[in-house]
Design a protein around this ligand. Sequence first.
Ligand SMILES: [Zn+2]
Length: 86
Amino acid sequence: MSGKTCLKCGKPIDAPSEDPAADKYPACNACWKEWTTYAIMVMNELRLDMSLPEHRKALRKYERAFFGLEKGIGEIEKKPEQPPSH
Ligand SMILES: [Zn+2]
């Protein structure tokens, strides 16, 4: 037993995480999978480019909000600043 509890669903985590990134919350595999699916949606919706630090930061905000660490954004509403395209 790890003694860890999932931040998202509140269930004890008994399986080792498939993604080491899930450990920092911690999140169970089911919730982490849910987040990764949601993250793809966010990235598509906001046209996030993971090579841009400010876009990675924006996604991180959604990640934290997803796991209840950040208040104020529950939905996709705020686009990160876009670099001028022309
Ligand atoms: Zn969970």
